[in-house]
Design a protein around this ligand. Structure first.
Ligand SMILES: Cc1cc2nc3c(=O)[nH]c(=O)nc-3n(C[C@H](O)[C@H](O)[C@H](O)COP(=O)(O)OP(=O)(O)OC[C@H]3O[C@@H](n4cnc5c(N)ncnc54)[C@H](O)[C@@H]3O)c2cc1C
Length: 365
């Protein structure tokens, strides 16, 4: 285990803000992860598990504990009796590298998830999804270390409780497990998933693109939106989409339409169970938070409304100030409380606006 003290966390994240970790251990095997967790337990240190840092907002105060940076490698495949192929993948593997590996081998199931940054171990946490596909569709098992017992545990896909941007791992059991390996079942020679209209439009009617072509087109679309991490693209200095699309009831949707001064059918929405999902981007734009909006060193990407970016030299407090201004305005205007998607690490010292706190309490009541 490689252990270092007082390490700046910002370079480990795609947003590039935040202070130091008191300790950081980079682990390349399950045994080394247990060693690092034992080190923390013996000293009574809090633990944070870091993957590729692409879904994080680290506080300016940093993290006063042990950050375990998971860099466990390896891709092993074996045939399954039902004709599919099982891939057992180390949590530290690059997600996009894995997608490329699968499409080159003509294995269907994750082609629409090309271009998403981060590690394989990070994907089950919020059930990563894009362009009509989610990792929950192919994950069969998540192997972890239980931080309570320091023993290995294996969670079946069903046990992970996957839903829209959530799983057991970021809800009821948040922070309990360190993922060491994820197993996926993929379909050899399967057809690409072309359910998402924006993706389908890229291909001629009746075309039968290969998995590799679909993955490349997805990356192209994402690049156009600054959603592929690229040091030459300042719009990609983000944590991806900063807000989840809110799921609301019809009353609230009617209220939002009324507040926006438009008929109900002009508010984009689609059903999710008994409720309705509304694009957070629509709410931001209607509330005046358009692409290119800037507040100090933080801002909104000029290519994607939902990506809050570090415009250069931003602190976590800058990002939080912008976040809170957006949340407050959307809440006042539409009565809808936006939820942050990236995970907050450490104490976020910016004191939220008093009025925002009151509004949030009213909404929760
Ligand atoms: C430009 C850009 C585009 C993005 N596009 C998308 C998208 O289309 N769809 C989408 O769903 N997400 C998207 N994201 C968000 C992000 O890439 C994913 O959530 C990704 O899976 C996070 O993985 P990570 O390894 O970077 O995790 P990190 O950011 O390091 O961590 C995120 C969370 O996962 C936990 N975690 C990470 N690794 C482990 C592990 N091994 N064991 C236990 N817990 C772990 C952390 O503790 C933390 O709670 C995007 C981000 C960026 C910057």
């Amino acid at each position: 285990m490689e252990l270092r003290e007082h390490v700046a966390l910002a370079p480990y994240t795609t947003l590039g803000v935040g202070g130091e970790a008191r300790w950081i251990a980079t682990v390349t095997s399950e045994a080394k992860a247990v060693e690092a967790l034992t080190f923390a337990r013996e000293r009574g240190l809090p633990v944070f598990v870091l993957g590729g840092g692409s879904n994080l907002l680290v506080s300016d105060a940093g993290f006063d504990g042990l950050v375990v940076h998971v860099a466990i490698p390896g891709i092993v495949d074996r045939p399954l009796p039902d004709g599919r192929v099982l891939l057992q993948v180390g949590a530290g593997e690059s997600w996009d590298g894995l997608v490329q590996h699968t499409v080159e081998r003509d294995l269907a199931g994750m082609e629409c998830l090309a271009g998403i940054p981060g590690t394989v171990g990070g994907t089950p946490i919020q059930n990563v999804g894009a362009y009509g596909q989610e990792v929950s569709e192919t994950i069969t098992m998540v192997r972890c270390i239980d931080l309570h017992t320091l023993q290995a545990a294996e969670l079946s896909g069903a046990a992970c409780g996957f839903a829209y941007r959530t799983s057991l791992l970021n809800t009821a059991e948040r922070g309990r497990y360190l993922v060491t390996r994820v197993d996926f079942a993929l379909t050899p020679g399967g057809a690409p998933k072309l359910e998402y209209a924006e993706l389908r439009r890229r291909f001629a009617a009746g075309a039968t693109p290969s998995l590799r072509e679909v993955a490349e087109v997805v990356r192209e679309i994402r690049r156009g939106k600054g959603m592929v991490v690229d040091p030459a693209e300042p719009n990609s200095r983000s944590a991806g989409s900063f807000f989840r699309n809110p799921v609301i009831n019809l009353d609230l949707l009617e209220h939002a339409a009324h507040s926006a001064g438009v008929p109900l059918d002009q508010v984009p929405h689609w059903p999710v169970g008994d409720e309705l999902k509304v694009p957070a981007a629509w709410l931001l734009e209607r509330a005046g938070f358009v692409r290119g909006y800037a507040l100090g060193n933080a801002g909104i990407s000029s290519r994607h409304t939902l990506a809050l970016i570090n415009r250069g030299g931003a602190t976590a407090a800058d990002v939080i100030r912008l976040r809170d201004r957006i949340v407050q305005t959307v809440l006042e205007r539409f009565g809808i409380l936006l939820e942050q998607e990236p995970v907050s690490v450490g104490e976020l010292l910016y004191a939220p606006d008093q009025r925002l706190s009151e509004l949030m309490q009213q909404r929760r009541a």
